[in-house]
Design a protein around this ligand. Structure first.
Ligand SMILES: Cc1cc2nc3c(=O)[nH]c(=O)nc-3n(C[C@H](O)[C@H](O)[C@H](O)COP(=O)(O)OP(=O)(O)OC[C@H]3O[C@@H](n4cnc5c(N)ncnc54)[C@H](O)[C@@H]3O)c2cc1C
Length: 717
């Protein structure tokens, strides 16, 4: 029954203006217009077909990706699309490809770290795709540990060149997207050696392949690292391996940006937070072989990372919202995910603003907000990608039945920042235990797959591929645990400065009220009291502050802070999670203080915001109870309110998903198609499987018939 909307009865139940909500989701009427127009353009063009992707062999898939990338470029050029429209087009083509790294990492690295001349030379070529770039940082033996990179770049003053070399197997570049088969150039990171002295890890522009016949240049060994998780999915991308054998490049291909302004020096707290992760330098080497530490603040290099991470946070909401659309009904499992999709959308929007603000400040040598911006992008990247794809490093640690136990009063558990007594969330009377049923709820896309029963396991549901494409986001651009540890450093630094004149600002400003937060008691008396933003905020702030302070106290018991940091890393990660969750909740609440036009739109968002916050409170009630922020009575009331909120969102669920405004093409899911006519489509899709191309399968004569005919002993196997 084509053309019939099988979900019309659901849509009729909706209590708000879906078109207004589409604008809220998109961010502005203009953003909605661009997004809507370009998504429809992609969806209606057979050149961007993707429904057969998971059935293609790796070679076919890859070739098809090459064709699509070329076709997308042709479309962009033919239609004179703006940069914004072109980016949207690549987004809706929805296929990991070498172009992601070219536009998302290679070009930003040249912009951020290249000199004026380098930008003038390389950017026009890159913008026209006359060269295709990759970003080669990770090595076979070194990922998060950037300091350990082994590739060397040795300056030869005789020829005014650098010699790029991979001295060991573990120094082989490993993973860069687009490297395997496509990239002609790389930003390769290597240890800079000048006059026999090492000067840290630096970026170099290195040509890899001939621009005439695409063959690797002398001294370059390059290839693809092989099949990855899932069918289709990230296998469209040629993640590559690369070795250098004394490859010579001109000196002016070292990224040597220098500041056009006087450097004011790095603020001390920027140092603390950046040092463990920012090990890439921008410096200069003169033709005489003189090394000069660049006057460009290292923080500027860092800008590129902030950019990529804030885009990853925005993508998390998209990936989760695509999975959410494929729902059945189990409300307590599904609605928190729906609420999370909206929460991540708004925090992504706020991060975009934060990135623009930091970038502007950096231009005027104002580094004051950089440590905070780093903590926000790192922590939120970790939080949102983990919640979207997989269970995070911070599993549920408390069984529900434990919550019936007496919870310690705040004075018993928490000590003031100045006190030296010890409190550890891990030491409280119980040992960490796992609650499988709750734990499962952390897996956004995977949870949606399970909600769809067996059908979710079919590739035609789109969910296996969505998961496979999305799951590496927990690793790339900074492993999620490593990022949370960086947030924890920021928190520990903040706590250590609480008594000083340096006041915490921005997202960490709540720490100025630490004395109150260490002692406050939750004022909730009835379930609906949990709907007050002030009650929610105070509970989340108190939990975050108390966990950070407890970690700081425990750290102070170690003579060697780094040893203490390693020993307490699991607690530190949890404190970082508490801080990041507070951030998402508070920005959702802030969003609701703005004007949101459209009948009922704001009310629906309020319901979602409360679901998001109370679900987190329920899921992490071990933290809230053990730190004495709430009692078990408050936890029970929160749960009552959560159930009531689920029934409020129920009639609007489909409309809230409609507000994502995804085309069936982009969604790529039979279970999620707009008209809801699922079964005929599943049936039809089954017949398209290559195994069904013939009635008698390939292999019948060799392997099945001999069995049936009892001729197995004479069969040629
Ligand atoms: C799909 C995909 C695309 C990628 N694209 C690129 C690319 O274009 N260019 C590029 O250069 N790289 C790329 N990478 C590589 C990526 O950046 C690295 O995988 C990432 O930095 C993690 O490094 P690793 O794999 O060596 O893991 P490791 O850093 O070795 O981590 C392994 C484990 O150790 C833990 N761990 C590591 N350090 C610490 C610590 N200090 N404290 C506590 N725990 C720790 C981690 O949590 C993790 O569980 C890509 C990776 C993937 C999966």
């Amino acid at each position: 029954m084509e053309g019939v909307d099988h979900l019309a009865h659901e849509r009729n139940k909706s209590e708000f203006d879906v078109d207004a909500m589409k604008i809220v989701w998109a961010g502005s009427p203009h953003a909605f217009d661009v997004s809507d127009r370009i998504s429809k353009l992609v969806a209606s063009d057979p050149g961007f077909r993707k429904d057969n992707r998971s059935m293609l062999s790796r070679k076919e898939l890859f070739k098809n990706t090459l064709r699509k990338a070329a076709y997308a470029w042709k479309t962009i050029v033919d239609l004179h699309l703006s940069e914004e429209e072109a980016a949207k087009l690549r987004f809706y083509v929805d296929e990991p490809a070498f172009t992601d790294v070219h536009w998302g990492m290679f070009i930003p690295a040249i912009k951020g770290q290249g000199t004026e001349e380098q930008q003038q030379k390389w950017l026009p070529l890159a913008y026209k795709m006359q060269i295709i770039g990759t970003y080669a940082q990770t090595e076979l033996g070194h990922g998060s540990n950037v300091q350990g990179l082994e590739t060397t770049a040795t300056f030869d003053p005789q020829t005014d060149e650098f010699i790029i070399h991979s001295p060991t197997l573990t120094s082989s570049k490993w993973w860069p997207g687009g490297l395997g088969k496509v990239a002609t150039h790389a930003i390769a990171y290597a240890r800079l050696i000048v006059g026999g002295r090492e000067h840290g890890v630096t970026g170099f522009i290195v040509q890899l392949r001939s621009l005439e016949d695409h063959s690797p240049l002398p001294g370059i060994t390059v290839g693809d690292i092989g099949m990855k998780f899932g069918n289709g999915a990230y296998n469209a991308m040629d993640n590559g391996v690369l070795r250098f054998d004394h490859v010579r490049i001109p000196r002016n291909q070292m990224l040597m940006r220098c500041a056009q302004y006087t450097c004011l020096g790095m603020p001390s707290d920027a140092k603390l937070i950046l040092e463990p992760c920012i090990l890439i330098r921008v410096s200069q080497v003169t033709c005489e072989g003189k090394y000069k530490q660049s006057d460009v603040p290292r923080q500027l290099v860092y800008g590129a990372m902030l950019y990529v991470r804030q885009t990853i946070v925005a993508d998390a909401s998209s990936a989760l919202s695509r999975a959410v659309i494929d729902y059945k009904t189990q409300q307590s499992r599904l609605f928190p995910l729906l609420a999370s999709a909206y929460a991540f959308r708004f925090i992504g929007e706020w991060l975009k603003w934060l990135y623009a603000d930091v970038t502007q400040r950096l231009q005027t040598n104002d580094f004051s907000t950089l440590p905070e911006a780093h903590a926000c992008t790192a922590g939120l990247k970790s939080l949102t990608t983990t919640a979207t794809a997989v269970r995070g490093p911070y599993g549920i640690r408390w069984k529900k039945k434990r919550l019936g136990r007496r919870s310690l009063s705040s004075s018993e558990q928490i000590v003031s920042p100045s006190s030296s007594s010890r409190w550890s969330p891990l030491e409280e009377e119980s040992l960490p235990v796992e609650d499988k049923s709750l734990e499962e709820r952390l897996n956004g896309i995977e949870e949606c797959r399970k909600l769809c029963g067996g059908h979710g396991y079919l590739c035609s549901s789109g969910l296996p591929e969505l998961f496979a494409v999305y799951v590496p986001a927990c690793t790339y651009e900074g492993d999620n645990t490593v990022l949370l540890l960086q947030v924890a450093r920021f928190l520990m630094k903040t706590v250590s400065q609480l008594g000083s004149s340096k006041k915490p600002v921005g997202t960490i400003a709540y720490m100025t009220r630490v004395e109150h937060l260490m002692q406050c008691r939750c004022g909730v008396q009835r379930a609906e009291d949990w709907l007050k933003p002030s009650a929610l905020l105070e509970a989340f702030e108190a939990r975050a502050a108390r966990m950070s302070v407890a970690c700081a106290q425990n750290l102070s018991n170690f003579d060697n802070p780094e040893e203490g940091f390693a020993e307490l890393s699991a607690d530190l990660v949890e404190a970082a999670v508490a801080h990041c969750q507070l951030l998402v909740v508070s920005k959702f609440i802030e969003k609701l203080q703005q004007e949101i036009p459209g009948k009922g739109a704001k009310q629906q968002l309020e319901v979602l915001c409360n679901i998001y916050a109370l679900f987190l409170l329920h899921k992490h009630q071990g933290d809230f109870l053990s730190t004495g922020c709430i009692t078990s009575k408050h936890a029970a009331l929160a749960n009552d309110e959560l159930r009531s909120l689920y029934s409020q969102v129920r009639p609007n669920a489909i409309a809230l998903v409609d507000a994502f405004n995804y085309t069936d093409h982009y969604l790529g899911s039979i279970l999620g198609c707009y008209d809801g006519n699922v079964y005929p489509k599943l049936y039809e899709a089954a017949w398209k499987d290559p195994l069904n191309e013939s009635v008698v399968p390939d292999g019948y004569h060799q392997y099945i018939r001999p069995l049936l005919k009892q001729e197995i002993r004479t069969a040629r196997l």
